[in-house]
Design a protein around this ligand. Sequence first.
Ligand code: ATP
Length: 583
Amino acid sequence: MTAAAVRGAALAALRARPRAVLRLAAWSAAEALPALLTGYATARAVDDGFLAGRPGTGLAWLAWLAVAVVVGAVGSGRAFACLGQIVEPFRDDLARRVVDAALHRATGAGGRPDTSAVARLTHQIEIVRDTLGGLVMAVRGFLFAAAAALLGLVSLAPLVAAIVAGPLLVALALFGAALPAMVQRQREYVRADERLGESASAALAGQRDVVACGAQDAVAGEVGAQITAQEAAERALARMAALRSLILAVGGWLPIGVLLLAAPWLVRRGLSAGAILGALVYVSTGLQPALHTLVQGVAGGGLRFAVTLDRILATARRRPRPYAPRSAAVPRRAPVAVELRDVTFRYGPAARPVLDGFDLVLPDGDHLAVVGPSGAGKSTLAALTAGLLRPQAGTVRLTGVPVAGLEQSTLAALRVLVPQEAYVFTGTLGDNLRYLRGDVDEAELAAAVDALGLRPLVRRFGGLSAPVDPAALSAGERQLIAAVRAYLSPARLAILDEATCHLDAATEARVEAAFAARPGTLIVIAHRISSALRARRVLIVDGSRPVLGTHAELLARSAAYRELLGHWQERPAGHSGTSLTSA
Ligand SMILES: Nc1ncnc2c1ncn2[C@@H]1O[C@H](COP(=O)(O)OP(=O)(O)OP(=O)(O)O)[C@@H](O)[C@H]1O
């Protein structure tokens, strides 16, 4: 994010709340009252009071100054209250964008939102809110205090105001010119710090592998390079801090030196001792602290604001593109929809492999049911196919594209995964159904609702624009909503991971039939054996070497399959709801 973009974000927050900004300006003016009067009251107290032998008059001027300080304190307190009216809505807007993006990603991946990422982002949002508040206070504090001090100087003697304004303008110009470089150095420092952290923790986590492979020197070199980069970034940052000190010296200290050196000359031109003293007070208690607050506030809090906001917005932008047309990102003629080659996956280095050297090829349009006892690895296979898990060995390709390292948005265009835990969010029923395809037309939406059997629920709600309370829905109703949403997704590959386990057998059959008729490929992780009977092919996962075939082939070849089926056939007639996982 550039300095201009930071300015843009801060200005947009101000423009959005004009009344609060006006109130803030009014109280800031009250806050600046002491800055306006300090020098003048000092000059009058000295010239008309103490030096003229009238200490009462001198004290009266100082009393006026004390009143101004009280008014300024009240103004300062009220200004902070107005600040909340500007930064809180800005924080709320940001939070909405972040949570919205997290929802998109979660529903695109067929899972729940990453709550730890949302928590991290909301923490960053708090940082942005605080730093924006600091930024606004620093900038407006400087503007009002500097304007008040310059006005006061003009009231003492325009010549003195000109002597002070010159170096101040030079300092401000210098600061303005150096600010983009300061932002850049700060960002480079943060990145270097993060890269060093990542590199060191990766080296630590992979310690045993590093030693086993004899790669200590290579890894040490890599971490060492990051340390050198971080050191360079820190030096660059220190140079910027030195530049800030120079700016403060030019704008805050140089005018004092010039005033002191020019004092005899000013006296000769008719300036009183009180006026010179007043001018020094204006610079030392008004301009100098204001410039200090501006430079440190913008360069410190402002840079933190820029870098953190940058992070948040980049995260919020990183969302799947669910509204792509159905053909997007999928080759027109995709003979192979799913291809797993020599895939080995285990949950931990010491765990037994769930899949070991596993191959699976599904042509586009295939309909596969995956069956097997509980814990056999069906969900693991679904997650690997969907690109949510990475195998330790082998490759997973969808339409010929390796899923490893694909952006969420590209993955979401290739496949939709419906997990057992259906996710429905607070919003309207229509919002929930359109979430993966916002541009779906009413006719297609209605057809999907009818095809999957959601119509009774829509009627009960009184239409698609009715609000949904996820907690008030049954698990089956949530699954049905998630199924229609996935059905409408642009992805050609649909993976239902026990996504219908809470539906009755008839509704489950209807949902599966609708998905099977949908263009593309269907993988059903079966909860009931009836799913296997409906599929074109069946994969039985039992042990790390699954077996693939048609129902008839598996009956002939797989004892495990016969056992599962036998268990199902032993159930009373018409009981098609036998659970595989309870078998
Ligand atoms: N996150 C995890 N960490 C460690 N082990 C896991 C994890 N998830 C699954 N496992 C283990 O991997 C194996 C396969 O689990 P998976 O959930 O894929 O089986 P499943 O066939 O889908 O079972 P179910 O039908 O009960 O859902 C099991 O032994 C399980 O305990």
